[in-house]
Design a protein around this ligand. Structure first.
Ligand code: SAH
Length: 437
C-alpha cells in the first residue's frame, strides 16, 4: 500500500511541477518520507530518517522536507516538535494535494499540515496511471472500519471507502493497453469493497473480480489484503469460476485462539477461519494459503499460543508473516495490561517462524520437477543472463531465457528450491508458443 502511495506522490509532482525521481537525496529539491505506523519499530525509524536530511537542508535551505503516511496522520503538527526542519506534513488521504502543499510551504516558509480524510477526492485527482512492467497495483478501496483492538489503521487511514466500479475498470483497461498482464487489487480489506455502479446500484468484491477478469489482456489477478470476517461464499465461488485468479490466498488470521480472536475483536472464530480455508482448498486443489500472525497479544497464555501453532498444522501455510504485538497509541488493546515478558514473546515468535519456514520450504521443494507458469518481469538482478518472474504462489523464479520474453507468461520446469527463490528452465513447448506468437 505504501509503495503504491509513494508512486502516486511521484506521479502528482511530476504532473504538476515536472519533477523527476532522483537516486540520491543530495540532489533533491523535495525530500519526502512516506511512513508506516502499523508497529512501533516502523514509527521509530521516521525521526532518524528525516534527521539525516537535516544536513542537506542546512546546506541548501530551499530544500523542502515532507513527511507523509500514517505517522504523519497520527502525529500531525507534533512532528515539528521533534523535527523542526520539516516543512510539510500530509496524510495517506491527502497525498494528491502535495502540489498545493508544496507551493504553500515554499511561499510561506512555514509548516503546512493537511492530514484530513477527504474520502474519494484523492482518486479523482490522481494522474492517469503509467505501467512500469507487466504487473500493476490498483487501489480499489481504502481505510478500515473493522476497529480490531490492536490496529491503528482506522485512525490513520480513515474508514472504508470504495472507488466506483467504472473508475477501477477503466484504470485496469488503460494499464492492460500499456502491457500490464497481472493486476494486484489493493485495499486494507478488499472484500469490504462496495463500489457504486449506477444510481443506487453497488458492486461487491466478487462482482468486481468478474469485471476485472473480463478486461482483455489481464490474465492474472491477485488481491491484497482480504479479511476473514467478510470472506463470503461468493468470493470462494469466484475462485471456482475465474481461472485468472491466482492459486494463492493471503488471509490474515492473527491468532488460532478463540479467546484472543475475541479480545482482538476480529469478528470470526478459529472454526470459521478453518472453514473458509477448507472451502478454498475444495474449489482450488493445491492452493497456496498464507497468513499474518500476531504473537504476544496482551494476556496471551502459553495454551493460547499453542492454539496458533495447532492452527498452522491444521491449515498448512505457505510463506507467511508473523509479528510481536506492538501497542499502538489510541487503540483499545494499548490499555490492556501486558504481562508477557519480552523473552517469552521472542521465544514464541521464533518457534512460530521456524515452523512456518519449514512449511514454506517443503512447498518449495515439492515444486521441484513441476511445471509452473511464470510472468516474466525482466532481467534478474543477480545474473544479467537470467530472467526473473513469479509463480502463482508468488515465488521468485530465475531461469535462462531471452530478454524479449519480458512481459509474457511462460511455462518453466522448476529445477531447484533455494531459501528465497527457485531455479528453473524454460519448457520447450512454451518457447515454441512464444516464437510463433
Ligand atoms: N487488514 C488486514 C491486514 C492489516 S495490517 C487484516 O486486518 O487482517 C498487516 C498486518 O500487520 C496485520 O495482519 C497484523 O498481523 C500486523 N499488525 C497490525 N497491527 C499490529 C500491531 N499492533 N502489532 C503487531 N502487528 C500488527
Amino acid at each position: 500500500m505504501n509503495e503504491y502511495d509513494s508512486d502516486k506522490m511521484r506521479d502528482v509532482l511530476q504532473a504538476s511541477h515536472g519533477m523527476e525521481l532522483t537516486e540520491t537525496p543530495e540532489e533533491a529539491d523535495v525530500l519526502l518520507l512516506n511512513t508506516c505506523s502499523i508497529r512501533e519499530k516502523a514509527q521509530e525509524k521516521v525521526f532518524s530518517a528525516v534527521g539525516r536530511w537535516r544536513k542537506i537542508k542546512n546546506k541548501r535551505p530551499d530544500v523542502i522536507i515532507g513527511v507523509g503516511g500514517c505517522v504523519a496522520s497520527q502525529e500531525g503538527a507534533a512532528i515539528q516538535k521533534r523535527a523542526p526542519y520539516v516543512d510539510i506534513v500530509f496524510g495517506p488521504q491527502t497525498l494528491h494535494r502535495l502540489p498545493t502543499l508544496l507551493d504553500q510551504a515554499r511561499e510561506t516558509k512555514r509548516l503546512v499540515v493537511d492530514i484530513s480524510f477527504p474520502e474519494i477526492e484523492k482518486f479523482d485527482s490522481l494522474p492517469e496511471p503509467r505501467a512500469e512492467g507487466p504487473k500493476a497495483f490498483v487501489s480499489i478501496m481504502e481505510g478500515c472500519s473493522k476497529y480490531c483492538t490492536f490496529c491503528v489503521v482506522p485512525y490513520t487511514r480513515g474508514e472504508e471507502i470504495s472507488r466506483p466500479l467504472n473508475d477501477v475498470i477503466s484504470e485496469i483497461s488503460s494499464l492492460a493497453k500499456q502491457g500490464v498482464r497481472e493486476i494486484n487489487l489493493l485495499g486494507q480489506n478488499v472484500n469490504a469493497y462496495r463500489g457504486d455502479i449506477d444510481e443506487g446500484e453497488v458492486a461487491d468484491f466478487s462482482l468486481l473480480l468478474h469485471y476485472v477478469a473480463a478486461v482483455d489482456g489481464i490474465d492474472r489477478i491477485r488481491f491484497t489484503t482480504s479479511h476473514p470476517a467478510e470472506y463470503t461464499d461468493d468470493i470462494i465461488e469466484a475462485f471456482a469460476e475465474i481461472p485468472k485468479l491466482v492459486n494463492h490466498l493471503h488471509l490474515p488470521v492473527q491468532s488460532g485462539s478463540n479467546n484472543i480472536l475475541s479480545k482482538m475483536k476480529r469478528g470470526y472464530t478459529r472454526a470459521e477461519y478453518i472453514d473458509i480455508m477448507n472451502k478454498m482448498k475444495a474449489v482450488r486443489p493445491g492452493i497456496s494459503l498464507s497468513s499474518d500472525f500476531i504473537i504476544g497479544f496482551p494476556g496471551e497464555t502459553e495454551e493460547e499460543f499453542e492454539d496458533t501453532l495447532a492452527l498452522i498444522e491444521e491449515v498448512g501455510f505457505d510463506f507467511s508473516y508473523s509479528f510481536i504485538y506492538s501497542a499502538r497509541p489510541g487503540t483499545p488493546a494499548a490499555e490492556l495490561e501486558d504481562c508477557i515478558s519480552e523473552e517469552t514473546k521472542k521465544q514464541r515468535l521464533d518457534k512460530l517462524k521456524k515452523r512456518l519456514n519449514e512449511m514454506t520450504m517443503v512447498i518449495s521443494k515439492n515444486m521441484v520437477d513441476t511445471v509452473q507458469t511464470v510472468l516474466v518481469e525482466g532481467i534478474s538482478k543477480k545474473n544479467p543472463l537470467q530472467m526473473t518472474g513469479r509463480t502463482e504462489n508468488n515465488r521468485v523464479v530465475n531461469f535462462t531465457a531471452h530478454p524479449r520474453l519480458a512481459g509474457q507468461f511462460v511455462d518453466v520446469m522448476i529445477t531447484e528450491a533455494l531459501p528465497n527463490s527457485l531455479r528453473a528452465r524454460l519448457v520447450e513447448s512454451s518457447v515454441d508458443k512464444i516464437l510463433k506468437y
